[in-house]
Design a protein around this ligand. Structure first.
Ligand SMILES: C[S@@+](CC[C@H](N)C(=O)[O-])C[C@H]1O[C@@H](n2cnc3c(N)ncnc32)[C@H](O)[C@@H]1O
Length: 174
């Protein structure tokens, strides 16, 4: 099973209908649409106007999605409430020119701020891609930070293929 299928299966068991979630990389809107089908409200960030347009189109019937065209490192300017689950699906917009790609420094800032905004016993689900330039550095930087922080990594998923994506499920255990 690929990482996205795994993530969706896992998240189904973590979110309830009264929860507020955030998709930190909306992209083409598949993850936002999925979260919107489970949660009360979903904040969806993307730095790319094309991605926000695609996500708006995909979620036009939902009524519970707040689209934010900004760097996810600025999440604290937009979210003023506790969040049950943050989803990071890193890398670049599929089928694009790769100009809008996540970056280790802004991803680290966003992760740190997201962890602060998490509910007790809330989750961060983050998928790293290693094959594009900067992807491996981003993974190493985040892995180091997560382990230094002693955040509770409750699951790691990776297909048994060279350089396949890696998903961490992290819980803010109290
Ligand atoms: C792998 S795609 C996300 C796929 C998406 N979740 C979906 O369901 O289609 C990664 C996205 O991250 C976005 N991105 C890159 N840097 C960002 C940043 N600093 N803040 C917010 N989004 C960013 C890209 O524009 C791209 O759309």
């Amino acid at each position: 099973m690929n990482n996205n299928t795994y993530v969706h299966k896992y998240i189904k068991g973590l979110i309830h209908e009264d929860d507020v979630c955030a998709d930190m990389t909306a992209g083409n809107g598949f993850d936002t649409l999925f979260l919107a089908s489970l949660a009360k409200k979903v904040y969806a960030f993307d730095i790319s106007e094309t991605a926000i347009r695609n996500t708006r189109e995909k979620t036009r019937d939902c009524g519970n999605v707040i689209l934010i065209c900004d760097d996810h490192a600025n999440l604290d300017s937009h979210i003023k409430e506790k969040i049950r689950l943050f989803l990071f699906n890193l890398g670049y917009l599929p089928h694009s020119d790769m100009t809008s790609v996540t970056d280790k420094d802004t991803t680290l800032t966003a992760f740190r701020k997201a962890y602060d905004l998490l509910e007790d016993n809330g989750y961060i689900v983050i998928t790293f891609y290693l094959r594009h330039p900067g992807g491996r550095d981003e993974y190493y930087a985040l892995d180091r930070y997560i382990r230094t922080k002693k955040a509770d990594i409750i699951d790691i998923y990776r297909q048994d293929k060279k350089d396949s994506p890696i998903t961490y499920i992290i819980k803010k255990s109290v």
